[in-house]
Design a protein around this ligand. Structure first.
Ligand SMILES: NC(=O)c1ccc[n+]([C@@H]2O[C@H](COP(=O)([O-])OP(=O)(O)OC[C@H]3O[C@@H](n4cnc5c(N)ncnc54)[C@H](OP(=O)(O)O)[C@@H]3O)[C@@H](O)[C@H]2O)c1
Length: 260
């Protein structure tokens, strides 16, 4: 399959490690120029180096996406460097760690933080990107949501925010003038994804037996996914070949979700 991604300009938020890094590297593999943003400079520069090692240009912009003005600053930097933008992957998100308190005792800040990272950052980056996608007469916007945002369950502050993120993509996809300008909006809904140092990796190290049991019981493929498995689906959603894919929310969860 031809992805048609050579020389396209892509921005991946939270592209320095985890799923975002795998997406950035997979887009680079297809010939995109790839910009990434994250808060920590060290891993950002390291991943930018890995992108360049694939023979394409990379741009690393240190930014906290929840800060006022971050979306404008990051997208301006990409456009200044390369003259436009074709692909935006809204990857920053997360639930803000495990929580043992009963739901009614979880402080308001946890809910607002999750909303900031998963929804408002996606909304701001997307709105800042749209004029550049219109200028290019082609665009792909992808949100990395979650299985729970699609069908409920899990930590409610996170699930609520992920549902809102999916809703934003769907609603923009239903906007005829954007769709007819060649701009598509889709969500990808991963299940459990493991990489070194994340929550699942910690669980596996601390209690390998319970970890294996949980996956065996709940995930039909019997294991967690990898960032690269998620990235492969994102590359397709960003490709020329995905021209009819608009407003979809694709589960990438080894069969764990119950919804169609
Ligand atoms: N892992 C899973 O099991 C799983 C499952 C379903 C959905 N997801 C979703 O997939 C996405 C990626 O998650 P992940 O598990 O790969 O790891 P993550 O820890 O949520 O994200 C890692 C990336 O985001 C950056 N980041 C975090 N907060 C940021 C902020 N405020 N501003 C800018 N960059 C920020 C990190 O760099 P810095 O820390 O240096 O800023 C890093 O580059 C999230 O939206 C998450 O909700 C993950």
């Amino acid at each position: 399959m031809q992805t048609g991604l050579k020389d396209k300009i892509a921005l991946v938020t939270g592209g320095s490690y985890g799923i975002g890094r795998a997406i950035a590297l997979a887009l680079a593999e297809e010939g995109c120029r790839v910009a990434i943003c994250a808060r920590g400079s060290e891993r950002l520069e390291q991943t930018a180096g890995e992108i360049r090692a694939k023979g394409v240009q990379a741009l690393a912009v240190a930014a906290d996406v929840t800060h006022e003005g971050a979306a404008t600053r990051v997208i301006d930097a990409v456009v200044k460097a390369w003259g436009g933008l074709h692909i935006l992957v809204n990857n920053v998100g997360g639930a803000g760690g495990l929580e043992r308190r009963p739901v009614e005792e979880v402080p308001e800040e946890k809910w607002t933080e999750a909303y900031q990272r998963n929804v408002l950052a996606t909304q701001r980056f997307t709105l800042q990107a749209i004029p550049h996608l219109r200028r290019a007469k082609w665009g792909r916007v992808v949100a990395i949501a979650s299985r729970q945002g699609k069908e409920g369950g899990g930590r409610p502050w996170y699930t609520m925010a992920k549902s809102a993120e999916i809703s934003l993509m769907k609603t923009l996809a239903l906007t005829p003038d954007l769709a007819r300008a060649g701009i598509t909006f889709n969500s990808i809904a991963p299940g459990r994804v493991i990489f070194e140092g994340n929550e699942w990796d910690q669980f596996r190290r601390e209690d390998p037996e319970r970890y294996a049991q949980a996956l065996n019981q709940r995930v039909p493929i019997g294991r967690a996914g990898t960032p690269e498995e998620v990235a492969a689906v994102v590359v397709f959603a960003c490709s020329e070949a995905a021209s009819l894919l608009n407003g979809a929310c694709i589960s990438v969860d080894g069969g764990e979700s119950f919804s169609f």
